[in-house]
Design a binder for this molecule. Structure first.
Ligand SMILES: Nc1nc2c(ncn2[C@@H]2O[C@H](COP(=O)(O)OP(=O)(O)OP(=O)(O)O)[C@@H](O)[C@H]2O)c(=O)[nH]1
Ligand SMILES: [Mg+2]
Ligand SMILES: [Zn+2]
Length: 260
């Protein structure tokens, strides 16, 4: 950055991947076809999807939307569920087990008292890491705990429940040494995966993916079609009802947008 606040581009690197979502709908705007793509960041090694048990409440459907968006960008996400100090062990175990069974790395963290943070630090090393999730879940708080020198602004205790409060307002990348970079992002309330076709949604649910090719129809949307192996896997508890419901919701969102 120059003294006058302008920036200098030193080098333009090829984009190996990029994370994006559909731009938020604004009232009165008209659309033709797909909504615009909003790029969040490019050339990322790891994405940590941060959620919290309470304040805001844990919402597995929202988490799944972030996971799908990340998977569709070709970046395997890891899951952080923060504020474990506010949840009982049963709830913590339930969600941790559900996502670990799929193969996701799940970290249960708390900033006060500090818990689960050391393991996170080792996962970050040598990578370009993006922290992403809803507002108020504690992204900046976790990063401050790991790297106190960053002194990131965090929300007031009273403000995280009031709608529209976003403490972090722009995405910023920090070099924290040892070839490790972290990107803190502003929280978002609405996440719609961008540019995903209906028949491809299942590919971004890793536990569906291994069954998919055995469906009778290769255009199967795993909704109602006869000979669908995803539905069979659901009936045999190989796929959780929670994840299947999320899948149907995302499918529904995509269908509605097509008819927009
Ligand atoms: N009880 C509890 N509160 C926490 C924890 N981590 C963060 N908080 C509180 O949650 C609030 C929001 O934290 P932030 O770090 O600003 O959240 P954020 O995800 O960066 O929010 P945005 O910048 O708006 O996206 C603050 O009041 C924190 O003190 C935790 O582990 N437990
Ligand atoms: Mg923040
Ligand atoms: Zn199917």
């Amino acid at each position: 950055m120059n003294d006058d606040g302008t920036g200098v581009i030193y080098q333009i690197l090829p984009r190996k991947n990029h994370l994006s979502r559909k731009a938020i709908k604004t009232r009165g705007a008209s659309y033709r076809g797909e909504r615009l793509e909003q790029i969040i960041a490019a050339n990322i090694d790891k994405v940590f999807i941060v959620s919290s048990f309470l304040e805001p409440d844990f919402n597995n459907k929202t988490l799944d939307r972030f996971l799908v968006t990340s998977e569709s960008a070709g970046i395997t996400p890891s899951i952080i569920i923060n504020k474990s100090d506010l949840a009982d062990k049963e709830e913590q175990d339930f969600w941790k087990t559900l996502y670990e069974k799929i193969g996701y790395k799940v970290l249960l963290t708390s900033v006060f008292p500090e818990s689960g943070i050391t393991e996170l630090k080792t996962l970050l090393k040598g990578n370009k890491n993006l922290f992403w999730g809803q507002s108020g879940v504690g992204k900046s708080s976790i990063l401050n705990m790991l790297f106190p020198e960053l002194k990131l602004k965090t929300g007031e205790i009273s403000s995280y429940t009031s709608k529209g409060t976003h403490t972090t307002v722009t995405s910023t990348m920090f070099n924290v040494g040892n070839s490790t970079y972290i990107i803190d992002t502003p929280g978002i309330r609405e996440i719609d995966p961008y540019g995903i076709k209906k028949e491809n949604v299942g590919h971004y649910f890793p536990e569906f993916n291994k069954h998919l090719r055995n469906c009778r129809f290769n255009t199967c949307t795993h909704h109602h079609e006869p000979g669908c192996v995803v539905i069979t896997a659901l009936e045999n508890n190989k796929i959780s009802a929670e994840r299947y419901e999320s899948y149907l919701r995302i499918l529904d969102t995509i269908e509605k947008d097509i008819n927009f």
